[in-house]
Design a protein around this ligand. Structure first.
Ligand code: SAH
Ligand code: SF4
Ligand code: F3S
Length: 484
């Protein structure tokens, strides 16, 4: 999911891992106990860490970016691929060393790995004191006091209702310009390779008023871009059932709100507030959403539409709910309604169970047809408990998976270059996010299609919009100069 499109030079990466790590920034308001939190996996997890920080702030914890001064260390974890879990295990080993020097330090595992492994984590990783799944964060104060009293604490209860709608996140690592807003939780799709429905539970949508209020508040505080997050934003639905519940509780009642309606409401907050969203699902994305995007200048023209495979037979085995032809038809609609300029990005899995060489070629040919701007690319990693693990054999040799992945990465690099060429000698509207990573003489921001644009600073600063004339590019970045 998520537009994690960072300025990555993926020629240097064997596997484009989404398992990047983010640690907390300092947030000091004189509280006594210090929380250090590290987030792995997707943007939903990063967003959840901000909810956790908010809940614990009220309990007397400030966040710190210095692990050595922490009283409480949280790893907010990811289970999507085996490698993601291995990364966390290695990190816990390292933290074990710290805990030997400071035994009173509390160590907790949150997120998807906590949900998947539950109490096993306490047995396997002896240093872990606390385990909390994605729907159990309101219980953290209670879990922490159990640990304070000398016992281990676990809550991995998955909820059908929890959306943390009323919790105002403490923005961690914020550039003060862009922020993420979770609009739903869980996933009901049950793609056969995917662990998310097991770790995040049933899909539920968050109350639209609380989403709009959060976006408005961010805008009022100077933020200029929000990304609406969900595993499948196209199935966002604030339903009658919820309205009925509201009626019983004598609250205000709304009609049914679909994703296109929500998008429109957020876009109407202010023309200077950019709106992005992720992830769209090929089986559910509607023309309605595309028309809403076309109607509002401030809804960014970029769609993350993960295809996973270009072969209809493999897609069927993956239980994705669409065929190659259906997918290509959706892309045609995007091009018809939003034009050639709209960015399209994807996720790809190489070497799924029984995938033949010809089917792999179909993935490459689909990529060529769509002309993706960017993709996150992985080789298949079997996850315990999923339908694929139970029903199909993980029969593609690792060497073959890696070779196919390399071919996919090579293809994507070529396509990214093609697409960036089309951006040359044009003016792009860029929202400035801060200094470029290499030099404070340069600023960086993104264009509507979510591409990183770097240009000499002039007298501009972050949070402002500028027009940039793009003169050159690499496969991951556009370079240019500010024009009037
Ligand atoms: N909800 C999003 C995906 C979230 S997971 C969607 O449906 O598109 C992010 C990506 O991780 C997936 O799109 C997929 O490409 C990859 N992924 C998920 N499970 C995987 C597995 N078992 N092995 C390899 N890649 C996997
Ligand atoms: Fe996983 Fe499929 Fe749900 Fe995406 S839509 S999170 S791939 S089950
Ligand atoms: Fe996200 Fe990883 Fe969980 S991708 S939903 S943190 S398994």
């Amino acid at each position: 999911m998520q537009n994690l499109i960072e300025n990555i030079d993926f020629l240097n990466e064997n596997e484009l891992m989404r398992e990047e790590v983010k640690t907390t920034a300092d947030h000091n308001s004189g509280n006594k106990r210090k929380l250090y939190i590290e987030s792995y996996g997707c943007q939903m997890n990063f967003s959840d860490s901000e909810i956790v920080a908010s809940i614990l702030h009220k309990e007397g914890f400030d966040t710190t970016s210095d692990i050595a001064e922490a009283d409480l260390i949280f790893l907010n974890t990811c289970s999507i691929r085996e490698k993601a879990e291995q990364t966390v295990r290695n990190r816990l080993n390292h933290i074990n060393g710290l805990k030997k020097k400071k035994p009173e330090m509390m160590v907790g595992v949150l997120g998807c790995m906590a949900e998947r492994l539950k109490t096993k984590l306490l047995e396997e990783e002896k240093i872990v004191d606390l385990v909390a799944g994605p729907d159990a964060y309101r219980d953290l104060p209670n879990l922490i006091s159990q640990v304070d009293d000398g016992s281990k604490a676990v809550n991995t209860f998955l909820s059908r209702e929890e959306t943390y709608a009323d919790i105002s996140p403490v923005r961690l690592n914020s550039n003060g310009v862009t922020a993420f807003i979770s609009i739903m939780r869980g996933c009901d799709n049950m793609c056969s390779f995917c662990v998310v429905p097991f770790t995040r539970g049933r899909e539920r949508s968050r109350n639209p008023q609380s989403i709009v209020a959060e976006a408005q508040d961010l805008f009022d505080r100077g933020y200029r871009e929000v990304t609406l997050l969900g595993q499948n934003v196209d199935s966002y639905k604030w339903s009658e059932e919820e309205n009925n519940k509201a009626r019983l509780e004598k609250k205000e009642v709304n009609e049914i709100v679909h994703f296109a309606d929500l998008l429109e409401r957020v876009a109407q907050i202010h023309p200077d507030l950019r709106v992005r969203f992720s992830t769209s699902h090929p089986k559910d994305i509607t023309d309605n959403v595309l028309h809403t995007m076309a109607k509002y200048e401030n809804i960014c023209k970029n769609i993350h539409l993960p295809v996973q495979s270009g072969s209809s037979r493999v897609l069927e085995l993956m239980s994705r709910g669409y065929s190659r032809e259906w997918y290509l038809d959706r892309v045609k609609s995007i091009r018809n309604i939003l034009g050639e300029e709209c960015g399209i990005t994807s996720d790809m899995i190489a070497g799924f169970c029984t995938e033949t060489e010809a089917e792999h070629q179909e993935t490459l040919s689909l990529m060529e047809k769509v002309q993706y701007d960017f993709s996150f690319m992985f080789f298949y990693s079997e996850r315990p408990g999923t339908l694929a693990a139970k029903k199909y054999s993980d029969d593609i040799e690792v060497d073959v998976k890696k070779r196919r992945l390399d071919e996919i990465i090579k293809k994507q690099t070529e396509l990214s270059n093609n697409r960036n060429q089309l951006d040359l000698n044009k003016i792009h509207r860029v929202l400035i996010e801060g200094y470029s990573k290499r030099s404070s003489d340069f600023l960086q921001g993104r264009n509507s299609a979510n591409k990183v644009v770097i240009f000499p600073r002039g007298n501009k600063k972050k949070g402002e919009y500028v027009n940039v004339y793009v003169e050159s590019c690499s496969s991951a970045t556009l370079f240019g100069k500010i024009v009037a």
